[in-house]
Write a protein that binds this ligand. Structure first.
Ligand code: HAM
Length: 415
């Protein structure tokens, strides 16, 4: 019989890894709350249409990467590949327009059928923020400042670079699309097979192509900035000026288009060279048309999502808070065993981390306590129960003190 295995591209997060994930998420929510964002959660699956409409039929995510199936009721369902479309759907279906502006944060697993490799998984985790209802470019600056503070709070400030671009408003994009198509038509023969299809369906995506041949053609393509109308140029200038004002360094990258169709104006990514090919740790942008596309009222939005898997990989171990010091209880005999149960429950209820060492003689148990990096060891047997005095050994200093049994909880509260 063949062994049952994990599905390719999924991971078991064992305690050490899970701790890093949890920490990265909690730090993110904490920093987000300083900017006025509150956590919410949307379902892990939605009607397929939510993502198809929102992310665009020709985006890679939709055309190649969704987990889509028919459920037992015959509904077309898609596991969420990202969070923004679900938040926009919630905004519309919950009728949240009266509550604007809204600043929302979320974390959780996302699903994409991508080719798995280090830093790229089929179930991965994101933390994201969405700021809804702000037309002002200062909202873009605010979410980028939040991203910047978050990465700094994970100790990654020096490891990442911010790249930013503007796609302009829909008029500018239409104008650029025409220039780009005219240019690419002239190089059609040399484009990759994928990009030949993109040229028909969504030519902007060719700017994003990873194919070497395409990249050479793209390098000489007309610049997006030349097609921006005045309003779009002005918007972008204000975003950059705001970033300067808060002291955030950036590099304008005119080739940055991002992989999802809902973007307009600002798009940005924080990247690192420390993760090999999968160097984008956080990406986002403005999506003023998305909510309307979902059937809601015109509502501007801007936000980002970060890949927790990648952040957890980058974080230095020292950034994680230390565990509470461990108290090891070592029963010396049968009477001691029951007493240890009582002491353990008292100390745990008062907030301590306690382990009763169960197997071996006292010497072995002491060794085990040392091996677990316990801060204290308490040896408890019949004679301790009788005398009402417990020897508490500080395993880090080697010092030993006698503590009255009745004063144990108070003694360790003070630690
Ligand atoms: P995205 O660029 O598709 O944007 O994903 C954001 C981040 O999720 C990436 O920068 C990366 O760190 C991580 N990520 C994506 N795919 C994978 C994967 N297969 N394995 C591991 N990590 C991955 C969005 O999802 C947009 N919803 C962001 C946004 C929010 N824009 C506006 N609001």
């Amino acid at each position: 019989m063949s062994k049952i295995q994990r599905v390719r591209g999924t991971r078991d997060l064992m305690p050490e890894e899970k701790r890093r994930f949890r920490f990265a998420e909690q730090r993110g929510l904490e920093v987000a709350s300083r900017f006025g964002f509150s956590e919410m959660e949307t379902p892990m699956f939605e009607f397929s249409d939510v993502f198809h409409r929102g992310l665009g039929e020709t985006s890679d995510v939709i055309s190649k990467e969704t987990y889509t199936f028919e459920d037992r009721g015959g509904e077309r369902i898609t596991l969420r590949p990202e969070g923004t479309a679900g938040v926009a759907r919630a905004f519309v279906s919950e009728g949240l327009a009266q509550n604007l502006p809204l600043k929302l944060a979320y974390c959780g697993p996302m699903f994409r059928y991508e080719r798995p490799q280090k830093g790229r998984y089929r179930q991965f985790y994101q933390i994201g923020v969405e700021s809804l209802g702000f037309d002002s470019p200062l909202a873009d600056v605010e979410v980028i400042a939040l991203a910047n503070d978050y990465l700094a709070a994970l100790g990654l400030g020096a490891d990442v670079e911010l790249e930013i671009n503007t796609l302009g408003d829909s008029d500018s994009r239409r104008a650029y699309r025409e220039h780009l198509v005219a240019y690419l038509e002239g190089h059609k023969d040399k484009l990759s097979a994928d990009s030949k299809v993109r040229l028909e369906k969504n030519p902007m995506r060719i700017l994003d192509s990873k194919d070497e041949g395409d990249r050479a053609i793209v390098a000489a393509a007309p610049a997006m900035s030349a097609s921006l109308n005045e309003a779009s140029r002005d918007f972008f200038a204000k975003v950059l000026k705001g970033l300067d004002a808060v002291g955030i360094k950036y590099r304008v990258n005119e080739q940055l288009v991002r992989g999802l169709d809902y973007y307009c104006h600002s798009v940005f990514e924080f990247t690192t060279t420390k993760l090999g090919a999968q160097g984008t740790v956080l990406g986002g942008g403005r999506y003023d048309g998305l909510i309307e596309l979902m059937g809601g009222p015109r509502t501007p939005g801007v936000g980002w999502a970060a890949g927790i898997d990648r952040l957890a990989e980058l974080m230095a171990p020292e950034i994680l808070p230390a565990d509470k010091p461990l108290i090891a209880l070592i029963p010396a005999d049968d009477v001691g065993e029951n007493e240890c149960l009582k002491i353990a429950s008292e100390l745990r209820r008062s907030g301590n981390r306690v382990e009763i060492i169960l197997s071996g003689n006292v010497g072995k148990k002491m060794k085990k306590a040392n091996g677990m990096n316990a801060a204290w060891a308490l040896i408890v047997g019949g004679s301790e129960v009788e005398s009402g005095q417990i020897a508490c050994k500080d395993l880090r200093s080697g010092e030993q003190v006698q503590v009255a049994r009745t004063g144990l909880v108070a003694h360790f509260v003070a630690k």
